[in-house]
Design a binder for this molecule. Sequence first.
Ligand SMILES: Nc1ncnc2c1ncn2[C@@H]1O[C@H](COP(=O)(O)OP(=O)(O)OP(=O)(O)O)[C@@H](O)[C@H]1O
Length: 811
Amino acid sequence: MESSENAGFRSGLRPPQVRAPVSSPTAATSYLQEITDSQHNARSQQPTGIPQKRAHKGSISYPDQKRKTLVERAGEPIKSGIPSVAAGLPRASTNVKGASIASLSANSSTATSRYAQTSNFAKSVGPGARPPVTGRAPTSMGFAQSTTTRPRGLTRPRPATAMANRELEDEPLQTNQNKGWDVDGRLSEFETQFKVIKETVEGTMGDRKILEEAIELAKNRASDLEREKQRLTDQNAQLQNQLDLQRQENNSLQQEKQMMALQIETEQRRQKYELEDRQREHKLEVDQIRRDFESELDRLKREHQAAAEARERQYQAELAEERTQKSRELQDLRSKLGAEQQDLNSELLKKEREVQEMRSQVEALKSDLDREQTIKEMLQQQIAEMTATNVTLEERMRGLRAKIDFLESDSKQQADSYALMEARLQEALRVAEEARQKLIKEETERRVLFNKYQELKGNIRVMCRVRPILDPSEGEEAKIAFPDTKTSSQIDVTGPEEKSSLGVVSRKVIPFEFDRVFNPSVQNEEVFGEISQLVQSALDGYNVCIFCYGQTGSGKTYTMSSPDGMIPRATHMIYDTITKLQEKSWTYTMEGSFVEVYNEELHDLLTPSREADPRKKLEIRHDDVRKQTTVVNCKTVALDSPEKVEAMLKQAQSNRSVAATKANERSSRSHSVFILKLVGENSATNERCEGTLNLVDLAGSERLKHSQAEGDRMKETQNINKSLACLGDVIEALGRGSAHVPYRNSKLTHLLQYSLGGNSKTLMFVMVSPLEAHLKETITSLRFATKVHNTHIGTAKSTKKLRSATPESGR
Ligand SMILES: Nc1ncnc2c1ncn2[C@@H]1O[C@H](COP(=O)(O)OP(=O)(O)OP(=O)(O)O)[C@@H](O)[C@H]1O
């Protein structure tokens, strides 16, 4: 549009009018559809289908010419190709695609006049001659020129009328005289042309109507769009208003924010000043308080010093008084002690006499026992002889029976002889039965005598064992002597170096006496020989407890649990005895359990810790009637073969190893208790006995101050020391015959309650290291053992009793 306008102004001519080309009727619809697009686009572009009149440089515009009358046009020379004019005119439908609404309306309003102005027909039939048009656009209108037979370059100005034309073209008219003046022909031609033109005009009128309708539609559309535009403009204005409002609001908020920031800053400044004031005040206050405090402190110090001096003076006076009083008391005590010592010496002499008496009693009992044993052997011999006689008699009887059968005679002699034989046989059987009964009785008596003998030996016995040096690298050997070679009951230990008040260094020999002392060369077999009598007591229905006490590495585990230690040997002995006792009508059941006391807690050594149910804690239950102890939730194994004992020991050992850490062997830090329950029944005498054998491997007895333990290790050591001290207390209380024995003070003594009291036999092994480095611990252990050895525990009682009376019980 812009370019075409500029072109128009440059030429100084009227802006060219857009001319809508005539298109087919179907194009009208698409025209309407594209109006909207075209409103904008068409302004800057020339629609392709619209031929545009452009003002070319040098071209001439002619004023519109007045339409000629038919008479005027009749004078013009006939132009061939008129029908083609009709073909070139706009048809019924008009293609206005791409035209702007403004140009369309302009075109539509001038359409008719333009046709009138520029139709070829008008040009061809118009009176005035037109100057030749060179470079004219090859529009549909242009073909009018081709209607002449003349060449293009020879065109001349046309005459204003047909007549003038004729004069101008005189020469050619003369050559075609016959043709040019045929008026009728030409009239009829004109009429034909007129008809054609009329038709064309009518068609054009139709087209015009259609175009007007289209224009109307376009106008409506334009007004719609105009309204839409108006609405959008309104909306836009509204939005603009809103935006303005928002902006205003934003501005006010910004202002508010600035105000707030200002206020905050002011407030902060105010608070800062206030804080500084407060700090100043506070500092002043603190200074004041400090000054007050210092003066108060000085005053108090002075007062305190005065009071302390007064107190010191008073205490010194009191102390002097106390000292004189105490020295008086000490004198009294010394005299009292002298008297008591005398009493004790006399008591000791009395006790020694008692011991002598006891020893003679023991001797007597020993001879009784020997006598009984000889009787027993005699009886056993008799039984053997009787059994042999019995066998012979039975053989003879069978022979006689055979004879009887053979002879089949009823003779009196034979009958008498048979009766005699029968009587003899009966007599032999009776004697044999009597001998068996006597033997059973003897066994019961033997038990009573044996246990009496045990009781006389003391219900708590202490034995000492010194282990050999395993390797020379272990260190220097302590000076330990075994002077009593006859009874093997003494051990002399040379104590550490001592400095007298005169500066003389000496070493004391400390003698200790026990029931038996085993030197390093003694093997487990011999040791077991000494304790086998206690195992027998357990089979006889007593509660027996065998301890191993001593410092770590002194040989406790070796003595108790090594493959040939006390536990396997005891169980083997029990199996052998049980088998032998079967012929004396005794049947035994044996059950074993293995527990550990660690940090005052009980653990089952036969259940791996990963399988143990943490909710089921081991609990100690005592049966006061049966004098028996059971550990609830603890695994108990029926030991019906020696292999089972071995398997049980192995399992206990492996479970104990799991609990051990690399640094600390668990066996040194816990007490292990092997509990063997023995229940025997005699079908002949209806006797029943229930005994328990406890084999205890105590934790290392080293003192806390020597072990220099810390943390968990310290806790362990404290627990060990506590339980060992409790064991000593219990034994002491039992020895004193105290009404209250503090069994419950430790787990170990609580567990062993019925194996440490009146109804029990106790053996303590005190294990000693042969090394000089362990001398102090050795002496401590031996002193503890001596204390236990000096304790006398009340007479043990067997749990043996008769079962409820049965008809045979009188036997
Ligand atoms: N009579 C002995 N004959 C030979 N070797 C022995 C004897 N007594 C102990 N031993 C050995 O001495 C070492 C320490 O013994 P043991 O482990 O029995 O000591 P412990 O007192 O049980 O120590 P812990 O308190 O750590 O369990 C072991 O190697 C053991 O084999």
